[in-house]
Design a protein around this ligand. Sequence first.
Ligand SMILES: Nc1ncnc2c1ncn2[C@@H]1O[C@H](COP(=O)(O)OP(=O)(O)O)[C@@H](O)[C@H]1O
Ligand SMILES: [Mg+2]
Length: 371
Amino acid sequence: MTSQRSETNAAVSTADVELHYGATAVLKGINLSLSRGKTLALLGPSGCGKTTLLRLVAGLLSPTKGSVSIAGQIVANESSGVFSPPEKRNLGMVFQDYALWPHLTVGGNVSFPLEMRRMGRAERHERTMRALERVGLGAYADRRPSDLSGGQQQRVAIARAIVAEPQLILFDEPLSNLDRELRENMVGELAELIATLGLTAIYVTHDHSEALTLADDVAVMRGGLIEQLASPDELIERPATPEVADFLRLGGIADLQYRDGRWFFGNSGVVLLGGVAAASRTARVLIPTASITAGDMVPGRFAATVLRSQFRGDGHLATVSLVGADTTELQVLSRTKLRPGEGVGLTIDVDQIRWFGNGVHLSKKENLENV
Ligand SMILES: Nc1ncnc2c1ncn2[C@@H]1O[C@H](COP(=O)(O)OP(=O)(O)O)[C@@H](O)[C@H]1O
Ligand SMILES: [Mg+2]
């Protein structure tokens, strides 16, 4: 299957893939393409179909409609009946629960895929040790998995996935069983390992920071569809929908109404922006966290009440509601701790606001030019 690999062919692609369980459509038409040497993250809330899509690429499931290709070869096609089983797809897999065999040593676990390929003992040993050294576990080959910490066990699973040098590695929430500090360290390590080995990888996660850290491209999924597929920079700069912006925690989403030449928060009397022309009567906008400065509640600022606040490493991230428009919740970053119920005054840099759909507002400049 690997004999016709070509640089120009995508490492993985899917065309109109659907997966139904009875009458329930879990995947509703997935189109994606991943280049060799790149990492694609599948990001989305629990139940949106990430694992199902990964299992379709792995060959653990067969599509109800559409086709899957690996390295330019069709490995599953519902209409022609082509189906290549997992062992013929030359891929490695890493799961959330590690899936190590407890009765085998660490070395035994890692060399298992090579035994399946009937590789000779000497080469098996050499490759196993090389894979273990790559994940920093060269000294642990004779231990049992149960003697290792969770982070070390996950490294063993990664060594096992790379030992046969597969063309593609699939990760399904590999770090979600680890505690936060270890997870944050391992994300960086994993990104480095993927880059050093030049791996092509699909990485499933519900954690936006993991996806944005690790991946070259991120497919944000919702309800069995890809909502947006783009680079991390593009996603942050230009989220396609309010749902993407919300899932990536880019800031607060507000519904606006246009009345008498001004944009109000919903049907409240609080004006976000005035003196502009508008192409529609209503709009949904993202007010990025980075566009808001929180200070004392003084005239000229938006009065807001702190609902809750959480320390984030670079400050306290607070969710606030606007006084007079309390269905609008915004996110602000503050150096000092903000307490629930506390009043704050917000300054919003309106140029950083992202307008969705047809609610596009015309800036003052455009407005004047159009007169
Ligand atoms: N074997 C199955 N039979 C019926 N429904 C399933 C089956 N496996 C998964 N699902 C449903 O498919 C949806 C997507 O599941 P999954 O791909 O595991 O989501 P994710 O990995 O994004 O959390 C869920 O609603 C789940 O309940
Ligand atoms: Mg899953």
